[in-house]
Design a protein around this ligand. Sequence first.
Ligand SMILES: Nc1ncnc2c1ncn2[C@@H]1O[C@H](COP(=O)(O)OP(=O)(O)OP(=O)(O)O)[C@@H](O)[C@H]1O
Ligand SMILES: [Mg+2]
Length: 493
Amino acid sequence: MDNTPILELKNISMRFRSVQALKDVDFDLREGEVHALVGENGAGKSTMMRILAGIYNDYEGTYIFGGKPVRFRNPHDALEQGIGMIHQELSVIPSLTVAENLYLGRQPLTRWGMVDWRKMRQNAEKELEHLGFNLDVQRNLEQYPLGTQQVVEVLRAIVSGAHVLIMDEPTSALSPAEVEELLALVDRLREQKRSIIYISHFLEEVLHVADRITILRNGEKIATLTREEASMNTLISLILGREVDYTPRGHHEIRSDTHKLLEVKGLTADVFQNIDFDIGEGEIVGLYGAIGAGHFDLARALFGLYTFDSGTIAVDGQVFPPKHSARYAIDHGLSYATESRRKSLLMDHAIYRNVTMPHLKHIGRYIPTQDQELAIATPVIQKVNVVPPDPMNPVGKLSGGNQQKVAIARWLTFPPKVFITSEPTRGMDVGAKNEVLNILRQFRNDGFGVLVVSSEPETVLAIADRVLVMSRGQIVARMVNENLDKDALMRLI
Ligand SMILES: Nc1ncnc2c1ncn2[C@@H]1O[C@H](COP(=O)(O)OP(=O)(O)OP(=O)(O)O)[C@@H](O)[C@H]1O
Ligand SMILES: [Mg+2]
C-alpha cells in the first residue's frame, strides 16, 4: 500500500468556550485505507471529522490535503475536493426514488434545462452496477429497509464525487444483517482505492473493518495502531485509560411467585398481535427483535404513544383504560425512554430542565424555581456521569452518548414502578454502556421492573434476566437468560 497520506492533520486544537474538544491532535489518512476512530463519548471524534469535512474552520493547527495546507470554508468546499461526510442522521428522502436520492441537488439536465429523467435513471443504474449493487432505481427509497437507505446515503456521497468518506457511527441504528451489508460496502470501496474514516463504538466492527485505528481520549490522540497490533482488550484500556468494573451477566435469581408489576394481555395493534407477558418486581425483561419486528411500537403502545386495538395493560394490578395517554402512564408508574433521543430531548434547553421536565408537577404546587429544579437534577446528572457535568449546558451541546445519559437520568428523579427503555445504550462508549447497564441493574435491585427493548443482541444478553424474542409482530420465544448466545437469539428472528 502506498503510505503517502492523502490528508493530514497537524497539531489541531479546537475549543468550544469552556470545553477543549481537541488538543494538539495529529492524524493522517492513506489512499485505500479504512482508518477507524474510537474513543469515549465526548472524546472529540465528531469534532475532528467536522473539521475534515469543512463544517468547522475556526480550529488551530494545520490541515494538509493533497500535499498542500488547506482551510475549507464549508462542506461544499470540502466535497469539491472529494471529501464527503455521512452523518448518523440520514439525509436521504424516503419518498423519492433511489435515483432521485443519488442525484439530489445535482440532477442531470436536458438542453432545455429540465431534469433529464432518463439520463438520471441510466446513470444511477450504471453507478450502482459499478459498485456491485442491484437496486431498482425507480422504486421509492422507503420501500427498502433502513440498512439499504444507509447504503444509498453512502452511495450518494460517492456519486457526488467523494473519494474520502467520513462515516460517523454509520451502523448504530442498523440490525446485524444490515451492518454486514454496510461493512461489505466499505470493503468494496477500499478495493476501489477510496479512503474511509470510520467512527464506531462497536469495537468488534472496528477490528473487523479497519486497517489502522486511532484512539482519542479527552481531546487528545492516545495512539494509532495497526489492526494487527490491536485487540479488544488493548482498545478498551486505551479508550478508557482505566480499568472497567464489568458486572458479570446473568445469575440473577428468577422467581415465578413475585408480585407482577406489569401485566400485558392480548395486546393487538396493526404491527403486533396477541402480545402476552409480564414483569415481576425486581426483574429485567429483554424484548429482542430485528428492526421492523414491532417491538419498538409495542413499547410505545404500553406508554400510550401508539394506538392499539385490543388487549389490556395493567401496572401494579391496576388495569389502564383504553387509549390512555402518556401522562396517565407516568402518573400510574410507567416511564419510557425512546430509542430516538432527538425526539425526547429539548436540544436548546439546559440539561437540568430536560431532567425535570416530565416531573414538574411533582416538584411543588407552584411553578418550581430554577434552584428547586437544580436541586433535583444535579444529583442524577452526577449519578449518570454526564460530561461535562454542568447542568446549565444546553443538551444539544453534549456529545451523542452524553445526551443519551440525560435521557435516562430524567427517570432517576422520581423512579417509576416499571421503566421501559428502547436501545438504552445506543451510541455509547464501552464505559458509558456499562454505567447505564449498572443503573438499570440498580433499578431492578431496588425492586422495580425494567423492560429493555432492543435490536442489539449484545445489549439484551448483557442485561436481561429473561428474554422475549419478537418476530413479525409476535412473541416467538421466551427464555431465561442462561447460556444464551448471540447466534441463538438471531436464529429465532
Ligand atoms: N457545538 C458545540 N458547542 C459546545 N461544545 C461542543 C460542541 N460540539 C461538541 N462539543 C463538546 O466537545 C467535546 C467533544 O464532542 P464530540 O461531539 O466531538 O465527541 P464524540 O467523540 O463525537 O462523542 P460521541 O461518541 O458521544 O459522539 C464534548 O465535550 C462536547 O460536549
Ligand atoms: Mg460523535
